[in-house]
Design a protein around this ligand. Structure first.
Ligand code: CA2
Length: 155
């Protein structure tokens, strides 16, 4: 059964707000989760918010989203630039996928300029700080409203 927006976070994002605030800001991941939940609730959407430092765990959550996910918002962390396995898992998910990066990866080292996940993502947000997560949820909500209006129109 499809019911929630999956917000997935990759390695080291558990350190958000605790190190490197000049790059990633002062908010913790718990703060981001709370804001995402508020934004989603405003649109009547549920959230499943997860973080893992393990590639396989992220892949398992993507598989879970195949049955229970309306959309995936993912900040894959450094796996963005390395993981064909996460790309393959996302390719097996049918709904919208939005890739979020807190920092502007294109302004950083060249190894951050390539993303495997972008080959699947329907949209990419980078450099908007943690607000990027909220913008992605906003986009998911718009897509769901349009789909519901189209379904109404044909019924
Ligand atoms: O800008 C982003 O959101 C990134 O996905 C963050 C990844 C990085 O490898 C990507 O190139 C861009 C790193 C996440 C590490 O997060 C930390 C947060 C605070 C302190 C240390 C690491």
């Amino acid at each position: 059964m499809t019911s929630a927006v999956f917000v997935l976070n990759g390695p080291n994002l558990n350190l958000l707000g605790k190190r490197q605030p000049h790059i990633y800001g002062h908010e913790t991941l718990a703060d981001v989760e709370e804001r995402c939940r508020g934004q989603a609730a405003h649109h009547g959407l549920d959230i499943r918010f997860h973080q893992s430092n393990m590639e396989g765990q992220i892949i398992d959550w993507i598989h879970e989203a195949r049955d229970h996910g309306l959309a995936i918002v993912i900040n894959p962390g450094a796996f963005t630039h390395t993981s064909v396995a996460i790309l393959d898992a996302l390719n097996a998910f049918d709904g919208p996928v939005f890739e979020v990066h807190i920092s502007n990866v294109h302004k950083r080292e060249s190894f951050r300029h390539h993303s495997y996940v972008s080959l699947r993502a329907d949209g990419v947000i980078a450099g908007f700080g943690t607000q990027g997560y909220l913008l992605a949820i906003e986009r998911v909500a718009s897509l769901i409203k349009v789909a519901a209006a189209e379904a109404d129109a044909v019924s």
